[in-house]
Design a binder for this molecule. Structure first.
Ligand code: SIN
Length: 287
């Protein structure tokens, strides 16, 4: 019997009563999918999972893709990205508010992270609900953002550092307000790490509105914070959440593996209102 305990009224829930290493009954699978849609990020503690078992579990939620920006993948399973920070790390993976790979034309729907090495204390991850952030906007502000699109670029997170991922530059125009295909709820789709500009506005207007939206989304009232324990799993929906890894444990080690579920083109919440620009998505090769 699954027990689902919310972390906050906004998002996040811990689920007990299931071993992810075992085949999942149809009812358990339906309950987990439902919990993810309702709570947006869900957690399972004390899971003894081999790499293959983690992949088998993850595949039930959609086709897995190789993470294009991870610097290290499992030697035999390229869809399993290795997340590690230690005494040699200069930039920890996942630090800074973002949704995964938002510059792809089809951003991932779901991500899953399994952490098996932890520092003595620290290394938490925070998530924020972009549903709640949208819902909390005033009506005039909603009217404005409903009409806009945003460009996301995967080189923005590198901040001038050498790019260690696949080398592919992605630059894509998404709606600023998307409609989740399963819940039909509206969510903001702009994040500090990858969003570059709002093309319908002047540069100054775009900078000001994006700065407001980032600060708005990152408010504690829209967040939950997960304190990891060894062998815990987190699973989140990138269409309605953002997250940031807290790198407060240097030089200690934190390591895990993560899976990414292939996404789909994002749908504008109000398609008739968005004025798409003529800027074409650019995909180029570095070097
Ligand atoms: C990420 O997927 O962005 C990393 C999250 C984490 O390491 O907590």
């Amino acid at each position: 019997m699954l027990k689902i305990t919310p972390l906050t009224p906004t998002l996040g829930a811990e689920i007990v009563g299931i071993e992810l290493s075992r085949p999942m009954a149809t009812e358990a699978f339906a309950a987990i999918k439902h919990a993810l849609l309702e709570h947006q990020v869900i957690f399972f503690r004390d899971q003894a999972l081999g790499n293959e078992q983690f992949v088998t579990w993850g595949e039930q939620f959609g086709a897995l893709m190789k993470h294009p920006a991870a610097s290290k993948h499992h030697a035999d399973i390229d869809k399993l990205a290795v997340v590690r920070a230690d005494e040699t790390t200069r930039n920890a993976f996942g630090e800074g508010w973002h949704s995964d790979q938002s510059a792809l034309p089809e951003p991932p729907t779901i991500s899953m992270l399994y952490i098996n090495t932890l520092p003595d204390v620290g290394g938490d991850t925070l998530w924020s609900s972009t549903y709640r952030a949208y819902d909390a906007l005033s009506t005039p502000m909603k009217r404005l953002v409903n009409t806009l699109s945003v460009f996301h670029n995967n080189l923005k997170p590198n901040r001038g550092y050498v790019f260690t991922g696949s080398g592919r530059v992605m630059h894509h125009e998404h709606p600023l307000v998307i409609r989740h295909p399963d819940t039909q709820r509206c969510a903001l789709f702009a994040n500090r790490l990858a969003t570059t500009h709002i093309p319908q506005l002047s540069w100054a207007e775009s900078e000001a509105l994006l700065a407001f939206l980032y600060a708005h989304i990152e408010q504690p009232r829209f967040q939950c914070r997960f304190r990891w324990s060894k062998n815990a799993v987190a699973m989140w929906d990138n269409r309605c959440t953002q997250h940031t890894a807290v790198w407060d444990y240097f030089p200690q080690v934190r390591e895990g593996v993560r899976l990414t579920v292939q996404g789909h083109a994002l749908v504008a919440a109000f398609p008739d209102q968005v004025e798409w620009t003529n800027e074409r998505p650019v995909a180029a090769r570095l070097g």
